[in-house]
Design a protein around this ligand. Sequence first.
Ligand code: UN1
Length: 511
Amino acid sequence: MDLPTNLLPALINGARPGLAIGDAYTLGGGEAFDPCSPIDGASTGKCGAAAPDDVAAAVSAAHEAFLKWRTVPAPIRGQLVLRIGEMARQNKADLAKLITLEAGKTPSEAEGEVQEWIDVCDFAVGLSRQLYGLTIASERPEHQLLEQWHPLGVVGVISAFNFPCAVWAWNAMIALVCGDAIVWKPSEQTPLISLACHEMVLRAAATMDEAPAALSCVVNGGAETGAALAANEGVPLVSATGSIPMGRKVATVVGGRLGQSLLELGGNNAMIVTPSADLDLAVRGIVFAAVGTAGQRCTSLRRIIAHTSVADELVGRLTKAYGTLSIGDPTEEGVLVGPLVNQAAFNKMQTTLAAAAQQGGEVVCGGDRVTAGVPAGGYYVTPALVRMPAQSEVVLDETFAPLTYVLTYETFDEAMMLQNGVPQGLSSAIFTSDVREAGRFTGPAGSDCGIANVNIGTSGAEIGGAFGGEKQTGGGRESGSDSWKQYMRRSTTTVNYGDALPLAQGVKFDV
Ligand code: UN1
């Protein structure tokens, strides 16, 4: 694949920069690393890494930029994001190429991911004129009680390999209109797309006097780099997306210094298929959610909870649909299922399949490595469906691969108990034509997840809604709705425009 080098900063001593403080690119003092493409295991090029000192330098430069940016009116800040969106639109295909190379997504899914960036830019531009506060009725005469939203500071963003562009964009585009600066620690798997995204921000910022370059900083590297960002007192908010153990560490460190963390961690997403479900739709919804992105979305479908009256037919239809999937090099025409990210992901899928079998699971189809007709060095698998006799231990864990368990139920209560009976709470779905079931599922005693869909799969959310989930998913909400409030600080103001000084709650204190 031709690398779209026009989107990337130049090599420094043969490596990509590990540290970007605005437009100042350096290798960084950390240990350089050499990521591989999931497609064929070949190196995508050496990249420098930011050492903890570099992270501190980035945070302090970003803070300086923030001090200027916070006084720029929000609608003008929106103009920056408008221009960033234009850059993303113009370079959509090339940006998608980098996502395909580094994350192994098909071009259509990679372009869809860039589209999420574009969409969130549009959303954020509109928001830049709608960062509404409140006026509250004061209990005192001739008093105004107001709530305003002000810029927060430097936002740390830690993102994962599977959505290397969209998740950053959800955070960064909103944070920019909110008047914040960003220090981004991308996944070690995806330094190129991160540098390209940063370049787009820089090029847009260069067209505006009001926008300092250091509003955007990138610190490439591994866990040590992320830890330095989480620990930095100059970062009031750390938004982290990734595994539950990673989120636990971030939350502990950020919480220890009483900072805010916004976490979007693992999911264990289920779909209930009821007796009245439209099975044609359900099959399509399941296949995209379970095997799209090779099962490597945090919203991927992990569990099917099917009514006993439809389970056999559903499994039969799914097995047939799985048999027609084209698996292989995502850059090849017609391929729908690309590679797993690396060997470790493949090994985890294999040990999980073995554990499932031990717990009484029956592999209906899939789970094997595909080696014929695919690039050597990549880990390609046939998506697996495993019927489980119960929601046993193995089902409670998220395995980041195309592996979906099938469970059955008799009563709706039982289905809801299974749906909610896992430690994670990101996404969920029900396929039903029964309005009562749909209402119960989406109601207060229904799905306990951040996303509860009806007749739609668990993955592929639009950016306009708040994205995130409960329990071990971490509780954070990113992207649309009123998620912006987390990137600002709330200020409550009381103005006395009278001649007296009445105290609240009727307290008398006359001197
Ligand atoms: C993720 O996997 O981290 O809803 C994000 C979806 C995408 C985002 C997934 N819009 O599947």
